[in-house]
Write a protein that binds this ligand. Structure first.
Ligand code: CTP
Length: 216
């Protein structure tokens, strides 16, 4: 079984020393890579900038990238041959329209940045997902969580979507623990209690594997 995983944030450069990014650490994605490898899967882990060390398992091939465009290009290279896609990355939705060649100098009292939309990696690959392939997305919502997650699942052609809880202390960005709810296209829901990201990852991997075609 071959798993394609995206993880971590993306950094979108503004000039040679600055970027737009987010607080994702990559912990959930790296834990998923380890959990899939422990089940015997071959994993391609396409990771945005993360301070985490490369996972030790020889079954995990690390591909380090910076921007959403690079993450898409690397993911697209292996998507066709991967049985399972897991999109755990916190991809920047927009990037600066212009990347300055030199460091931007301070001038006026305000500075306006023009941003342009990035490629949606999950949605773009989702358009060419074959019936036997299985895609899992993540969502972080602050309002109407279940409705938005359900909509995202259909829009991006996911088989499962993992909804991160923002309401619980200890869950989400930077923490070592997480609390998630998983939805499928039929509307079925599985709740995971607050636990370590490694345990959440093991639970998600066994849930995903139980949903795969028996031939894998
Ligand atoms: N995703 C992606 N490429 C993007 C944006 C998101 O692959 N450019 C993936 C994420 O890895 C995640 C899922 O899509 O699995 C949901 O991401 P999210 O940012 O919540 O979705 P958006 O479509 O950006 O919706 P929103 O309007 O809530 O930002």
């Amino acid at each position: 079984m071959h798993v394609l995983l995206t993880a971590g944030p993306t950094y979108e450069p503004l000039d040679p020393v600055r970027f737009l990014g987010n607080r994702s650490t990559g912990k959930m994605g790296y834990a998923l890579a380890e959990a899939f490898a422990a089940q015997g899967a071959e994993v391609t882990l396409v990771s945005g900038p993360s301070h985490l060390p490369d996972p030790a398992s020889p079954r995990i091939r690390m591909v380090r990238v910076e921007t959403a465009a690079e993450m898409y290009a690397e993911a697209a290279k292996v998507a066709g041959e991967a049985d399972v896609w897991v999109f755990a990355a916190a991809v920047a939705d927009y990037r600066p329209a212009h990347v300055a060649m030199d460091k931007i100098k301070k001038s006026g009292e305000t500075l306006t940045l023009e941003l342009v939309k990035n490629v949606d990696i999950a949605a773009t690959l989702g358009q060419r997902k074959r019936p036997e392939q299985f895609a899992v997305g993540f969502a972080l919502e602050t309002t109407n969580e279940l409705a938005h997650a359900r909509d995202k699942l259909h829009r991006k052609n996911f088989d499962l979507i993992v909804l991160n809880s923002l309401r619980d202390a200890g869950a989400g960005f930077g923490h070592d623990t997480n609390k998630v709810t998983v939805l499928d296209a039929a509307g079925q829901i599985v709740n995971f209690e607050l636990q370590s990201k490694a345990d959440v990852a093991r639970g998600l991997v066994s849930l995903i594997m139980s949903r795969l075609a028996p031939s894998l």
